[in-house]
Write a protein that binds this ligand. Structure first.
Ligand code: AMP
Length: 398
């Protein structure tokens, strides 16, 4: 059985075809600049040259058409006919309060995803476009929606209700939802498996540190708190996002300094975080390089980044009444021994020490705490696509 996993962004589309017998990715690809001049599709198959198609694609439907052509292309083929694609799994960012798990897509589900657009105006529309394009091009292939918010629907009210007038929750659904759920779910389950422990007995803190960053407190396999909130702007500092700040800053900039609300919104989402403080880049590697060359603001950006994450880890150990394992994942979490080491500095009182040599390993499942550590620390490469494909198969077999 082969499942096509689709992740549509506003002008991009990532895809993977996964063989569910082996759970191996047969092909992965990226379409960029959809609807913009210079659209490009890049497809990778293990052991073969990259397959690149440069051809303008005016919308996601054209992009998906080209993806299907690329999958069937004579020279680069991984499948011989479309019938080999048993199902399609779509990443959908926001499922609101309605979805605490993945669902098979029908017209009602599409309507409900549309209802969540006000909660995720940048993310849900391209997700829906991707679903509708696939529906048109592959009308007989079942599809599933896997939500970024779903894993966090187990959070208790004490974690998700904002200290605002309660009517705002009742009227508008203003509450904390949390994101990156597919990744937090995958790495928490994976670490339990690697440790050969029942996840029900574990208190896990998962740190998804990439361009977007979020942490989750996973107790007994369930997310009981996470750092992102009503939107993915909340929580710890990120590449270009501020994370939590005093909300009065917004009123101050608008009322006292003449900024437009859209400008402040753009600033908080796209010009803050590592980029905003360093003035160098939103990319962790660039900022680290600048810091090593003596750039003081780059150094400050890294210090604040690490400090916010350290504080969040300590807080989650507090609310769970301890921690058994801390997991690092995503671009920075999987690859940067420097970030892991700096984030964890001062937290050794929780009951771990870092094995410096093991911490140098990059992008692999790896315990990085010393053997005698009571609390374990791991790096686990995330695999959101595999969770999407697994959930899709689970729904098909129901
Ligand atoms: P993601 O959003 O998960 O793709 O992560 C992107 C982030 O990971 C960027 O800030 C990159 O600089 C960072 N990253 C990727 N590889 C490394 C590496 N080897 N060392 C440090 N940071 C890295």
């Amino acid at each position: 059985m082969k499942v096509l996993v689709i992740n549509c962004g506003s002008s991009s589309l990532k895809y993977q075809l996964i063989d569910m017998e082996t759970e191996k990715s047969l092909v992965s690809g990226l379409v960029e600049r959809i609807g913009i001049d210079g659209s490009i599709l890049t497809q990778k198959v293990e052991g073969k040259d990259k397959y690149i198609i440069k051809q303008d694609m005016k919308d996601h439907k054209e992009a998906i058409k080209l993806v299907l052509e690329a999958l069937l292309n004579k020279e680069h083929a991984v499948i011989e006919s479309m019938d080999e694609i048993t199902a399609v799994g779509h990443r959908v960012v926001h499922g609101g309060e309605k979805y605490s798990d993945s669902v098979l897509i029908d017209d009602e589900v599409i309507e409900l995803i549309k209802d969540c657009i006000p909660l995720a105006p940048l993310h849900n529309p391209p997700n829906i476009i991707g679903i509708e394009a696939c529906k048109e091009l592959m009308p007989n292939t079942p599809m599933a929606a896997v939500f970024d918010t779903a894993f966090h629907q187990t959070m208790p009210k004490v974690a998700y209700i904002c200290p605002l007038p309660y009517e705002l929750y009742e009227k508008y659904g203003i509450r904390r939802y949390g994101f990156h759920g597919t990744s937090h779910k995958y790495v928490s389950q994976k670490v339990a498996e690697v440790m050969n422990r029942d996840i029900k007995d574990l208190k896990i803190i998962t740190c998804h540190l990439g361009n977007g960053c979020s942490l989750a407190a996973v107790k007994g396999g369930k997310s009981i708190d996470t750092s992102m909130g009503f939107t993915p702007l909340a929580g710890v500092m990120m590449g270009t996002r501020s994370g939590n700040i005093d909300p009065s800053v917004i009123a101050f900039l608008v009322e006292q300094q003449g900024y437009k609300l859209e400008e402040v919104n753009e600033m908080l989402n796209k010009k803050s975080g590592l980029l905003g403080i360093s003035g160098v880049s939103s990319d962790f590697r660039d900022v680290q390089m600048a810091a090593e060359q003596g750039n003081e603001r780059a150094k400050l950006a890294l210090d604040i980044f690490n400090y916010k994450i350290r504080a969040q880890i300590a807080s989650y150990a507090g609310i769970m009444g301890g921690v058994d394992v801390i997991v690092f994942t995503a671009g920075i979490g999987e690859n940067s021994s420097f970030a892991r080491k700096e984030v964890l500095k001062g937290l050794e009182f929780l009951g771990f020490n870092i094995d410096e040599e093991k911490n140098e390993v990059r992008g692999e499942v790896q315990e990085i705490s010393t053997k005698d550590s009571k609390v374990k620390v791991y790096e686990i490469p995330t695999n959101e696509e595999l969770v999407i494909a697994r959930d899709t198969v689970k729904l098909l077999n129901k």
